[in-house]
Design a binder for this molecule. Structure first.
Ligand code: 2M8
Length: 432
């Protein structure tokens, strides 16, 4: 076992909180939806019981309507803002009676995480039993999305907040902020006491984030009201690719379990989703997938690492996949760059140090690696893998990394939080 692998295990062990993992001490002291799923993949390699517990705890937070929240506040903490008192998700009539949480969600990774855990397991029979006890909750979550987040019945679900995207302050959202003029809120930021403020979103960006929550709260988090009124309503290629990838995993696992009743519904969703995804979200001019602003009925024509995430879900055909990779190499893959920046490095909105406005993220790299392998684009897949290992090796288990190679000479090109869980978890999976 290499030193790096051992250190990754240490990071995950330190971030374990008995029934779940935190993404990072102080900065993110609770359980986050998509972090939790991705962390379980790493845990499964050395402690299957913890991996299963992680997922069970996450699914235990599910609401009466199938919704799964983006943060589950298992404890009180004054190191994070906004907490449960701001979110007030209890206003929703079907919210969890057991846990405090937010009233927004995150990319639905759980379906494919169950398949990953099954792939990793050395005791397939026991793991299948665990999957049997949890899979219906994941199906219920997908049903929630298709029934409540797809107003035009297109098979594409919307997100109503940038925090639902996971790519929180991507420059793509700037176009939406331009359509809004929220009040100036008075509040105390906590993130900027843990991390250099130049690597985090601005105060004005936070005003927008809080304002969208206030609109949802005013209507007790009613999905119908949010669809009608939220200034942020976006069909996100990353989010929808996660749903499609998870649908595919649920089909595979239900068939494995010999439970065929849910498979036909999943196949119906899947067919419509893939069809609309390819026709609506692919941008011929850009040569990759883009976000669609449902509130203002317009595509948001920007390249980001989310543009390539459909490879992971097998959405483009081979010809399109290969053409997309050419676009990626041209814009993101020069010899002085690590793959893959989170936003188009040739754009004037690119910022290599700031959160989701340019740095490389390990979760998106992990998806890209697996996506490229799926299409047998093995040389580029290997490059993504090696770049990922090098960045972690040179800097430590940071939250995000500078994509410019020259910045990596002194081991200070890792930004945001350190000892960050999914960076460790997905490295473990890459090294296996
Ligand atoms: C970041 O988001 C949180 C809000 O959810 C924050 O900035 O406070 C994002 O990178 C998100 O994708 C991630 O799940 C979360 C925890 O790691 O941090």
């Amino acid at each position: 076992m290499s030193e790096l692998y051992k250190k990754a295990i240490e990071v995950l062990e330190n971030n374990w909180r008995g029934r779940f993992s935190i993404p990072c001490a102080k900065l993110y002291p609770f359980q986050w939806f998509w972090d939790s799923g991705l962390i379980a993949i790493g845990l499964a390699h050395f402690d299957m019981e913890k991996a299963e517990t992680e997922i069970k705890t996450l699914l235990d937070s599910q609401w009466g309507n199938g919704f799964i929240p983006h943060i589950i506040f298992h404890s009180e903490s004054d190191s994070y803002f906004p907490g449960p008192d701001f979110h007030r998700s209890d206003l929703h009539p079907q919210s969890s009676k057991k846990y405090n949480s937010t009233g927004m969600t995150q990319p639905p990774v759980t379906g494919f995480v169950l398949e990953e855990i099954y792939r990793i397991s050395k005791d397939k029979k026991a793991t299948l039993k665990f999957i049997e006890s949890t899979i219906d909750k994941v199906f219920f979550n997908h049903q929630y999305f298709y029934n409540n987040r797809d107003p035009h019945n297109e098979g594409l679900v919307y997100i109503y907040h940038n925090w639902e995207s996971g790519t929180d302050n991507s420059p793509i959202w700037d176009d939406i902020w331009d359509t809004m003029n929220p009040p100036e809120y008075t509040f105390e930021r906590r993130d900027t006491t843990h991390v250099d403020p130049s690597q985090r979103p601005s105060k004005r960006e936070y005003d927008h984030y809080l304002y969208i929550i206030d609109i949802a709260k005013e209507h007790n988090y009613s999905d119908a009201k949010i669809a009608e009124l939220s200034p942020f309503l976006v069909q996100d290629p990353l989010f929808n690719a996660m749903l499609i990838k998870s649908n595919e995993s649920l089909i595979y696992l239900y068939e494995k379990l010999g439970k065929h009743e849910k498979v036909s519904q999943l196949k119906k969703w899947q067919e419509k989703s893939i069809q609309s995804f390819n026709s609506k979200l692919f941008d011929e001019e850009i040569g990759a997938y883009v976000h669609y602003d449902l509130r203002n009925e317009r595509p948001l024509q920007f390249l980001s690492s989310s543009s390539f995430s459909p490879l992971f879900a097998g959405i483009p055909d081979e010809e399109r996949a290969n053409a997309m990779v050419e676009v990626m190499l041209k814009k993101f893959g020069g010899e002085h760059q690590y793959l893959c920046a989170s936003f188009d490095p040739t754009s004037e909105r690119f910022n290599p140090k700031k959160y989701w406005r340019g740095p490389v993220w390990i979760n998106l790299n992990w998806m890209l690696y697996n996506g490229l392998k799926k299409y047998e684009i093995n040389d580029i897949a290997q490059r993504v893998k090696q770049d990922t290992i090098d960045m972690l090796q040179n800097n430590g288990f940071y939250e995000y990394f500078d994509s410019r190679k020259e910045m990596h000479n002194n081991g200070k090109a890792g930004y945001g939080g350190n000892n960050f869980s999914w960076s460790a978890a997905l490295l473990i999976d890459l090294l296996e």
